[in-house]
Design a protein around this ligand. Sequence first.
Ligand code: SF4
Ligand code: SF4
Length: 339
Amino acid sequence: MFDKTNCASCENIDCLTRCQWIVIDKETARIEKEKMNNGEDSFVLKECVTCFACDEYCPYNSHPFDLITELQEKYNSYNIHPRMLKTAINNFKPHDQLRLKEIDPEKQVLNKCAFPKQNAKNMEGQLFENLQYVSGLSYFCNLLYHHLAKDSVIRERAPIIIDNIRKQGIKEMICFHEECYGFYASYCSRNNIELPKDFKPIHLYEYLYNYLKDHEAEIKKLGMKMAYQRSCSNRFIPETDKWVDKICDLIGVERVSREYDRENALCCSAAFTALGKGNLVEPTQNRNIKDMLDHGAEVCVFTCPQCKETMGSKVESKGLKSYLLSDLCRLSLGEELGY
Ligand code: SF4
Ligand code: SF4
C-alpha cells in the first residue's frame, strides 16, 4: 500500500525523475506526484510502462507503484479493449474447488505456478525431481494484472489463493517464479493481506544456492560471461538479487557489469503491446541486447520465463545463448538440458 508520508520532504522525487520511460523534470515531477497523491489523474499514468522500477527507486520504501496501479485502474489509463481484458481476467481465475494432494507438510513444496507445462523442461533434473510440488491456477499469484491496470483483480483473488495454501497445508513453498515470491514476500505484507502464520515463501535462488552449497564438490565451474536480465517483479524484492551473485560465484559465471543491469535494468517489454506501446518494443530490446554484446556477454540469463519468452529468440539471433539461471545451475552439475 502506498505511503505518502515522506513525499512532501522528498528532495528528488526519485520515483518519477529516475523513471526510464517518462521524460520529466523535478518541478513537473513534484506537481504530478502531488496530483496523484491526491487521487487525481496525471499524464504519468498513461506514459508508465509498468516496469515497477519506481518502487525500488523510492528512497523511503513508500511503494509509489501501488498508487500508480490503483490510479491507472481508476482512470482507465490504457483503455485496453474490454473484450481482451475480460478474456485475460477470466483465463487465470483461480479454482476455489481445490483437489488436495498428499504432501508432507514438514518438507518444502515447489510451486510450479499456473504454467507447469510451459516450463516443464526447466524443472527437470536433480535440482527439482525430488521435490514435492503443487501447480495450476489455484496457486497462481495473479500479479500479472499489474500490467493490465487491474490491481482489484489481484486483491480479490489473493484470499482464495492463500486459502488454498492453507487447505493444502503448505508451510515452506519454493516459488519457481520470482513474481510468485514477490506476491507473498512483498505484495501481501505491504497490503495487509494475512498469510498463514506458519507459512514461509522461499525464493528459488535461495533454494538453488543452498542445494549447490550442499553439492559443491560436484560443481564444474562454467567459465561463462553472463548478461543478467532482471525481472520487473524483482523491483519489489531487490534484496533477493544478492542470490544471483552468490550463485554465479559458486558456478563460475561472471555477471558482466553492463549499463542495463542492477538498478538500471531495462524492462523486457513483454507488456508494451497490450498497453498500446508496441512501438517501444523493438528499440528497447535492441539497445538492451547491444548492451549485452558490448560488455562481452556470451549468454543471456533470465529469471522470468516470460522475459525469456519475449526476448529469448532475439537474443539468440544475435549470437547469445539464452537460459534461466536454474539452467546454468543444472549445467554446472553436469546435467544435459533436454532442450
Ligand atoms: S514515492 Fe518515494 S520517491 Fe516518490 S515522492 Fe514519495 S517519497 Fe519520494
Ligand atoms: S512503473 Fe516504471 S514506467 Fe511506471 S512510473 Fe514507475 S518507473 Fe516509470
